[in-house]
Design a protein around this ligand. Structure first.
Ligand code: KIV
Ligand code: ZN
Length: 514
C-alpha cells in the first residue's frame, strides 16, 4: 500500500504575494475551480484579515468550490483568527484555519519583540481559539528553518496539545539544504511526544533554488503534506512548484512509494491559466510546464526520440496535459462543444456566461481558423473583466512603415463618454500607449510589457501583459488579439481599469491633432 501525500496549494495566498501577481475576485474564483479540478487536497484561499477583498475571496471560495478543504491564513491573534473563521465557515467540515507565528531568534527579537516563552504562549492560545471555531487547525512555526530545535520541539508539542492537527514547518527564507531540512523533520517527528497526533507539513521557499529538493527530503523523513504553488509562484523567488513535486513522485515510483490525488493531465492547462491571469510568464525551460520542457532540438536527440520515445523522455508530454489540448474548435463548432472543452479545462459556465463567451468565440473564430485551449482561456480573461471596465477600447488605427513616423489614433469609451486622441511614437505600440495614456489619469508607470504568441502560426493570437505601477500599487493587465497592437492596447486598458480612481483626463491637447 502506498502512502498518501496531501497537496496544499497556496497559489492564491503565497503565490498572490509575488510582486505584480495580485488577482481580482473573479480571477481567484477561476483559479480555485481549476485547482479543485486538478485535485489538490487543500486550497489556501487567502489571508482574510488582510483586506475586505481578501476576506470576500476566501468566503466565496469556501462557499462555491467543492472538493478540497479551504484554508484561511491568520496570524496568532484573536482578530485574525476570528476573521479567518468567518471566512472559511461556508466550507463546513472542510474549513481550516492556518495560524502562524515566527519562532526563529531573529524574527522573535527583531520583528515580534517577544521572548520565546511569550511566543509559545501566544501560539498555544491561538491554536486553542482556532480549534474552538473551526474543525481543522494548522499551525506554522514561521522561519522554522532557522529556529532552535529545542524550542521548535516545545512549540510543536504545545500546538498539538492545543488541538492543531497539521504542523507546518516552513523554510520561510529558503535557507535550508535538503539533508538539514529532512533531518529537522525526522527529529521533530521522533522527539515531539505527541507527534503521532498530527500530520507534518512543509512549506519551502526557493531563495537558493532548493524548495522542491527540500520538500522532497522532508517527505522522505515523514512529512505528509507539502505546501506548494502552480508554476512555483510565491514571495521573492517563490515556493516549491506543485507540478515538479507531483511529477517527481509519479515518475520515480521506484524511490517514492507515495501517491497524490492530482490529475496530472490538468497540470499544463492549470499552469497556463495561472500564468495568463497573473501575467507571470513561465520560463520556456521550466520543468514540466515550460514551452521547451518536451522539445527536442539536437539531431542526436531527435534521432533517439524517433527510435524510441524513452530515449530522451522520462514522462510523456500527454501525461501532464501537453498536446492533449489540441482539440480543434473552429467557426462551425457549437455551444455544446465549447462548454465541453471549458469543462475539460476546469471551467464551469452557466447558460448566461456561456452565451457571452460563445459570442467572443465566434468573433475570434472568424479571424483564426483553429481555436486552441490557450485561445479559450484568453477569451475568458477578457470576459471576466467586463464588469469592472470603466474604460473600453472602441477603435484603434495604427500606421507604421519604414521611414514613416508611427502614429496611432484611439477612441475610448470612458464611463459612457467617447474620448479620442492621436499620438506619435517610436513604434505603433508606443504610439497607441501614448494616445491611450493621454486620455486617462492616473495612468501609471510602465514596469513590464511582454508579448507571447499563445499558439503557433502567423494567425496566432498575441497575448500581451502590461504591468503598471501607481504609487504603491502594482497591477497587471492582459489583452489578446490576432493583431499585436490591438492586443497591447487591450492589455494597457485592462491594467488601467485596475487602478483605483482612474478617470478621464481633462486636458490632453498635447497629443491631439497630430
Ligand atoms: O513562508 C512562510 O513562512 C509562510 C507562512 C505564513 C507559512 O508563508
Ligand atoms: Zn511562504
Amino acid at each position: 500500500m502506498s502512502d498518501r501525500l496531501y497537496i496544499f496549494d497556496t497559489t492564491l495566498r503565497d503565490g498572490e504575494q509575488s510582486p505584480g501577481c495580485s488577482m481580482n475576485i473573479d480571477e481567484k474564483m477561476r483559479v480555485a475551480h481549476a485547482l479543485a479540478a486538478l485535485g489538490v487536497d487543500i486550497i489556501e484561499a487567502g489571508f482574510p484579515i488582510a483586506s475586505p477583498g481578501d476576506f470576500e475571496a476566501v468566503y466565496r471560495i469556501a462557499s462555491e468550490v467543492e472538493g478540497p478543504h479551504i484554508a484561511g491564513l491568520a496570524r496568532a491573534s484573536a482578530r485574525d483568527i476570528e476573521r479567518a473563521a468567518e471566512a472559511v465557515k461556508p466550507a463546513g467540515d472542510r474549513g481550516r484555519i492556518h495560524t502562524f507565528i515566527a519562532t526563529s531568534p531573529i524574527h522573535m527579537q527583531a520583528k515580534l519583540r517577544m521572548t520565546p516563552e511569550q511566543v509559545l504562549e501566544r501560539a498555544v492560545d491561538a491554536v486553542r481559539l482556532a480549534r474552538s471555531l473551526v474543525p481543522e487547525v494548522e499551525f506554522s512555526a514561521e522561519d522554522a528553518g532557522r529556529s532552535k530545535m529545542d524550542f521548535l520541539c516545545r512549540i510543536v508539542e504545545g500546538a498539538i496539545a492545543a488541538g492543531a492537527r497539521v504542523i507546518n514547518i516552513p523554510d520561510t527564507v529558503g535557507y535550508m539544504t535538503p539533508d538539514e531540512f529532512g533531518e529537522r523533520i525526522r527529529t521533530l517527528i521522533e522527539r515531539v511526544p505527541n507527534s503521532d497526533q498530527a500530520i507534518f507539513s512543509v512549506h519551502c521557499h526557493n531563495d537558493l533554488g532548493l524548495a522542491v529538493a527540500n520538500s522532497l527530503a522532508a517527505v522522505e523523513y515523514g512529512a505528509r503534506q507539502v505546501e506548494c504553488t502552480i508554476n512555483g509562484l510565491g514571495e521573492r523567488a517563490g515556493n516549491a512548484s506543485l507540478e515538479e513535486i507531483v511529477m517527481i513522485l509519479r515518475t520515480r515510483t521506484d524511490r517514492y512509494d507515495i501517491e497524490t490525488g492530482i490529475d496530472t493531465k490538468r497540470i499544463v492547462p492549470t499552469s497556463k491559466l495561472v500564468s495568463q491571469i497573473t501575467g507571470m510568464p513561465v520560463q520556456p525551460n521550466k520543468a514540466i510546464v515550460g514551452a521547451n520542457a518536451f522539445a527536442h532540438e539536437s539531431g542526436i536527440h531527435q534521432d533517439g526520440m524517433l527510435k524510441h520515445q524513452k530515449t530522451y523522455e522520462i514522462m510523456t508530454p500527454e501525461s501532464v496535459g501537453w498536446n492533449t489540448n489540441r482539440m480543434v474548435l473552429g467557426k462551425h463548432s457549437g455551444r455544446a462543444a465549447l462548454r465541453a472543452r471549458y469543462e475539460a479545462l476546469g471551467v464551469e459556465l452557466d447558460a448566461e456566461r456561456l452565451n457571452d463567451v460563445f459570442e467572443r468565440f465566434k468573433v475570434l473564430a472568424d479571424k483564426k481558423k483553429d481555436i486552441f485551449d490557450e485561445d479559450l482561456l484568453a477569451i475568458l480573461s477578457e470576459e471576466t473583466e467586463v464588469d469592472i471596465e470603466r474604460v473600453k477600447l472602441v477603435s484603434l488605427h495604427a500606421a507604421s512603415g519604414t521611414g514613416d513616423t508611427p502614429v496611432a489614433a484611439v477612441e475610448l469609451d470612458i464611463e459612457g463618454e467617447t474620448h479620442k486622441a492621436t499620438a506619435e511614437g517610436d513604434g505603433p505600440v508606443d504610439a497607441a500607449f501614448k494616445a491611450i495614456k493621454s486620455l486617462v489619469e492616473p495612468n501609471g508607470q510602465l514596469l513590464l510589457y511582454s508579448v507571447n504568441a499563445i499558439t503557433s502560426g502567423t494567425d496566432a493570437q498575441g497575448e500581451v501583459t502590461v504591468r503598471l505601477k501607481d504609487g504603491e500599487r502594482i497591477v497587471n493587465g492582459q489583452g489578446s488579439d490576432t493583431d499585436i497592437v490591438v492586443a497591447s492596447a487591450k492589455a494597457l486598458i485592462s491594467a488601467l481599469n485596475k487602478l483605483p480612481n482612474m478617470h478621464a483626463r481633462e486636458v490632453h491637447a498635447q497629443y491631439s491633432g497630430v
